[in-house]
Design a protein around this ligand. Structure first.
Ligand code: GYE
Length: 314
């Protein structure tokens, strides 16, 4: 009798111990995502959802349909629900101070993923997990300058207005192009990071400049894939008559490189889930992190696409 009750008590005590320690670590995290404009973003969303599941965390997910006001609303609702941390993929660079101050006041750490923000007070967020877009633009510019032997007319498909990914990819690319007096960007327009808009803008570029265009620089693969279609419809050969380089390195870009339509793509890794949750755990434990956890990117060429396509993870 005595023994059974002792075992019984021990069982209850250890059960409560396990339960309380487990629930202390089972965090609730809000994720204010931008939308689903590109295959890159879909891969990022999946990575963050999968990582939350793997760690046994609850993820509250919000899709802002490309609108900053929706992201701000989502953040406010996460604060009201008392989440342990917030992941924010900021659609644009500016206008975040007020809502981030609210999160700070509520003691909820904010982890930025994939894009950056411009604020005077960087204590408004814990850290940023993202690629270096200026570097990506420079890499794309260097490839293009070389492959055109420093001479030619380039059209640029920009990412959505105000996004750090668009601002910096433009900046880095232009820096390199400006080094070559005979290389110029003859047109540059917003293609909203989507395949549909990329095709539409490329159609307009072709109508205005036709065969004068030597190359396309697209801020993401989806827009390049749309442009490839427009070039084919116009009766030119993408990858040959008009060279194309874009950024992201998603599966669709590799398929286009295998087909010969796309010349090169700069990698921008969207599988940010593990790194983002590592930062959350540091924040919740009261530790510090560098202000920018940089992802390293490289360039892929169509010449090697057949060998590498099989090992791609997104
Ligand atoms: O390159 C593009 C997307 O913010 C890095 O957003 C991200 C960019 C990515 O929709 O495809």
């Amino acid at each position: 009798m005595f023994r059974t009750s002792l075992i019984y008590k021990l069982f209850i005590v250890s059960f409560f111990y396990i339960f309380t320690s487990f629930s202390a670590f089972a965090l609730t995290v809000g994720f204010a995502q931008i939308g689903a404009e590109s295959s890159w973003r879909t891969a990022e969303t999946e990575s963050i959802k999968a990582e939350a599941k793997k760690r046994g965390y609850t993820l509250k997910f919000s899709d802002a349909q490309q609108k900053q006001e929706n992201q701000i609303k989502a953040i406010r609702s996460f604060i009201a629900q008392g989440v342990d941390a917030i992941i924010l993929a900021p659609v644009v660079e500016t206008g975040w101070e007020r809502v981030l101050r609210e999160a700070k006041r509520a003691n909820i750490p904010v982890i930025l993923v994939d894009r950056g923000i411009s604020v005077d007070d960087d204590s408004l967020y814990f850290t940023k997990v993202a690629s270096d877009f200026i570097f990506e633009g420079r890499l794309a510019g260097s490839w293009l300058a070389q492959s055109l032997h420093g001479q030619g007319a380039v059209v640029e498909l920009q990412g959505s207005t105000g996004a750090s990914a668009a601002i910096d990819r433009q900046k880095g690319f232009k820096e390199i192009v400006d080094l070559f007096p005979k290389l110029s960007i003859i047109a540059s327009q917003n293609g909203e990071f989507t395949r549909t808009k990329g095709k539409e803008v490329m159609e307009a570029f072709l109508k205005a400049h036709g065969e004068k265009i030597d190359a396309v620089y697209a801020h993401n693969d989806d827009m390049a894939l749309g442009a490839i279609q427009a070039i084919k419809d116009y009766g030119l050969v993408p990858g040959e008559d008009i060279k194309l380089i874009s950024i992201d390195a998603v599966k669709g870009a590799f398929e286009a490189m295998v087909d010969g339509d796309l010349n090169a793509t700069v990698e921008c890794n969207p599988l940010l889930g593990p790194l983002a949750f590592d930062q959350i755990e540091l924040a919740v434990a009261g530790k510090t992190a560098p202000k920018w956890v940089v992802q390293n990117d490289l360039i892929h060429y169509r010449e090697n696409a057949k060998e590498t396509i099989g090992s791609r993870k997104y």
